[in-house]
Design a protein. Sequence first.
Length: 384
Amino acid sequence: MKKNAVLLCFVVVSINIFSTIIHELVDYHGNNFFILLHSLSFLLLLLIAYTTFVENRKAARNTQSKIKESFDAMKSLFMHMPGAVMTLKKDFTIIEVNELVKSATGFNLSEIQGKKCYDVLGNGDICCDCLVQTALASGKPQYGTRIKYEKDSKTIYGKQTVIPIRDECGNIEYLYEIVTDITQEVFLEKENSEILMDIVTSLAHLIETRDPSTGTHCINVQRIALLIGEIMGLNNAVLKELSIAAILHDIGKIGIPESILNKPERLNAVEFLIIQRHPQIGYNAIKHIKRLQVVSEAILDHHEHYNGEGYPNGKKKDEISMIARILTVADVYEALTSDRVYRKAMSTKQAVEIIGKGKGRQFDPRVVDALFELVYTKKIKQIC
Ligand SMILES: [Fe+2]
């Protein structure tokens, strides 16, 4: 368009200059020749104007065709994306949905259109961690929240992404909500987790078969450790690792002779060195299970001391994982408050006194504080 306008101006100016020169030249040849020249100029102008009009119309048609192609491509992308795609109004009403909504969510298109998305995928109210709301507030795309909903008594899991779309003034006009079906992935994850727990339970039984008192000790340590972990605010993933580590922390005792394990008298120096091998034996047995890497490290470190005077590697403070530091406290507290072949169980008061003396030396002070809180609120008495 711009190019044609410049060309038109150039031609008009050229013709005017040309006709002025001709006018000067032919002045003495009479008016007829001058009128003829001006008529020719006018015709030429008309021709140029017509050509420009035709070219512009052609360009407009091309632009329209390209816009339509882009729109069709977007529509095709929308309809065939590998996930359920919905366009939502700012009030959460579903405007449009693609074909995959049915297979991903289990809902028919007619069941969804015009409804609020939280009525379809939620519990009839805006979800507490709603990504649409966050996208509206922040104006930015939101990715990856896991959602769970029921359809015909079937549980479906989806991964949700929300993208706000703005108008020419920059205001959010509507939103895209994309839900990918991850039901199979979630079930596979659960299945793997169950297999892992079966392995852990089998290993725990193995310890119990060898030495029943160690089996009971491990279950008690698990309960105490989890209570400490919860009071310290550990997240669910860490609590799960802590739970497994507690059950398996003495697995290495399988490699220690029964004569030492069940000896009613105090151990001599050599026997003590032998029993001190159990963290390393346990670690070696578990370290090849990829999913139990964190657990195997905690097993290795559960006799390390906060001040670096423990075994087998003399690690200290942050070199020891929090899981191992919690295990150490739970392990000692459980051992002190339980009967042993060589002594009777101590009272809670005596155990608290001994652990208090080790605060900052053998034990992480924060873990000791958490244990004491549990003891003082009597939450831990129910266990031992
Ligand atoms: Fe141990």
